[in-house]
Each structure stands twice: as C-alpha cells, then as structure tokens.
Design a protein around this ligand. Structure first.
Ligand SMILES: [Zn+2]
Length: 318
C-alpha cells in the first residue's frame, strides 16, 4: 500500500470508495484530505441500496451516515466528489425485473443480480434516483453496469416479442422457443439481434438521464470484453455501442477489472484509443488486486491521459 499512498498523495491516482461501511472515512480524510482534490464514492451499490434518504429506493442507513460524513468533510476541504451508481445490477429488484437466460453459455460472473435493460418501470426508477442525487451536488456521475450481462440475455417476454417485431416477425422468431444458438445459425438475425440489443441499452441510457438537469457531467462505465481482451466483443457480449452511447454522456470510465483477462503487461494506451476517438473525456477505474505490476500499469496510463483520470478502489485494500 505504500506505493498507492504515495501515488494518491501525488494525485497520480484518485481514491474510489466502493463500500463506505467498511471504511474509516475520518481516518482517511485526516491522512489524505490535504492532498486529494477529487474522490469517487458509490451512492447506489449493486445490491440495490442507496446511501442517502431516498423517496423511492431502499436505503442503507449505515452507509448513508458514512456518505454524509464523507460529503461534509469533502465540502469543508474543497474536495470534489463523483458518485458511482450501479444501474442494471441490483440484487433487490432483480427478483422482479431480472434477466432471462437462454442457451448454454454462462457469463464469467454472477448474472443473477442483473436486471433486463428493457424494463421501462426500472429505467424510470433509475431516472428518479439520478434526479435525487443531483441535489447532493456531485461534480460528476458515473453510471455502472449499463449493459446486458452476456450475449444470451435477455429472452424475457418483452425482449422476445419486441425483437421479433424488430426483425419483421419471421417464423423462427415467432416460434415458442428460440435460442441464441438458433439465431447464430441465421447470420442476418444474429446481426439484427446484436443491433437491437445495443439500441435497447442506448435507449435505456437516455431514459435513465431523462430527468437530469443540465450541468453535472455524466460518464458511463465500459468494461473490456474478456474474449477479445479489448472492445471487439463489447457490442456482441454486452450490447455497449460506444458511438451510440456517446450521444448521451460526457465521457467513459473504463473498468479494467474484474472482467478483463488482459495481463497487465499488455495494457497499453492503444487500449483506450476507440474511446479517445469519440473526443469524450476518458477515465479509468481499477478495483483489482494491487501489486507492483498493477501499480506500474496505472502509473503508465495516468501519465498518458490528462491529469487526474485514474481512480483506484481503496476500500478493503489495507
Ligand atoms: Zn428482457
């Protein structure tokens, strides 16, 4: 941790706090408060809890107290704060709005907490949360997990019927049972499937932001796909179309972990080129294991980007 301490104090890395409840906020500010200019903190976690008193979402009081302490101290020390908002991963509401899997593929992570991005009620719920957290005056907002969990999601009733209509209702899609493997046998329908899903995710992004006022910049999290180890499979696996999403956000935050299987020594600045080409702001989030190699990579990326762009999860590292 000594290397991280030094890099935080030198503003090469910025702190991100994922689990405020496990974290000693006061101790953190007394040690780093005078050095840091910007921190990121989760305000809605992937369990579905928010960390402030909300009119619509379940609140974790312990985390809410921690968040309030954090924001009070940050304001007193003139430190800006960014909120991380988990969107389509939400354990609490996944029981009602969860995704439906078909076919044999399993994503390399737990998909059961995922919500179908094609649920208007849930999109509206997220838009209300964004409206509420704007009142807490963050310097920016990052929307996490705005995607499908894998390419064989989602086959819920709504996704099936809307996709069949989008594709002109051919017989194979109107049969009672069609699977990813069947779609893949018909290239044109498989392409349509990928196109339609990325449209759904981009529309979901627009709707989440529909109640937001102008002013506070919004970023969307992008993950590296574990198959191509870059962005090649971003649309295919996660329905994240960078160009479509760029219309609605001010920037992207690349999460280098945990989905990426990219060995750290292969992380070069080229990894960010498709995003930099959009002329949007690009940030990095690292929540993996911190070892010498990770530090080397993060220091390198930080030197290549404009200053203060690389966030590191510091909760639970000590
Ligand atoms: Zn669905």
């Amino acid at each position: 941790m000594r290397a991280v301490d030094e890099l935080l104090k030198a503003k090469v890395l910025l702190p991100a706090i994922k689990r405020p409840a496990d974290f000693d906020i006061v101790e953190f500010f007394s040690e780093y408060g005078r050095y840091i200019a910007h921190l990121a903190i989760v305000i809605k976690n992937d369990h579905g809890e928010v960390f402030y008193e909300s009119s619509c979402a379940p609140c974790s009081m312990e985390n809410a107290r921690k968040l309030k302490t954090c924001l009070d101290l940050a304001s007193a020390l003139d430190i800006e704060y960014t909120f991380l908002v988990y969107c389509f991963s939400d354990t609490v509401l996944s029981k009602r709005f969860g995704v439906v899997r078909e076919g044999v593929e399993t994503p390399p992570f737990d998909f059961r907490k995922f919500i179908c991005p094609n649920k208007p009620e849930y999109r509206q719920y997220l838009s209300e949360i964004i409206r509420e957290i704007e009142e807490l005056r963050p310097s920016s907002i990052v929307l996490m997990d705005v995607r499908y969990p894998w390419r064989n999601f989602c086959f819920c009733k709504r996704c099936r019927s809307e996709f069949a209509e989008y594709a002109g209702s051919p017989t194979i899609l109107t049969s009672s049972h069609y699977l990813l493997e069947v779609l893949q046998q018909y290239e044109q329908y498989y392409e349509m499937w990928l196109e339609w899903r990325s449209k759904v995710v981009s529309e979901a992004l627009a709707e989440i932001l529909s109640k937001k006022k102008e002013g506070i910049p919004v970023y969307v999290e992008i993950i590296l796909d574990p198959v191509s180890e870059m962005y090649k499979g971003l649309v295919e696996f996660f329905a994240q179309d960078i160009e479509k999403m760029a219309q609605f956000v001010d920037g992207f935050m690349v999460n280098l972990f945990p989905y990426s299987g990219v060995p750290n020594e292969r992380v070069t600045i080229e990894i960010l080129e498709p995003l930099l080409a959009t002329n949007k702001d690009v940030r990095i989030f690292y929540e993996g294991k911190i070892d010498d190699r990770a530090i080397k990579v993060l220091r390198y990326i930080s030197s290549k980007l404009e200053s203060e762009r690389v966030f590191i999860n510091i909760g639970g590292q000590k």
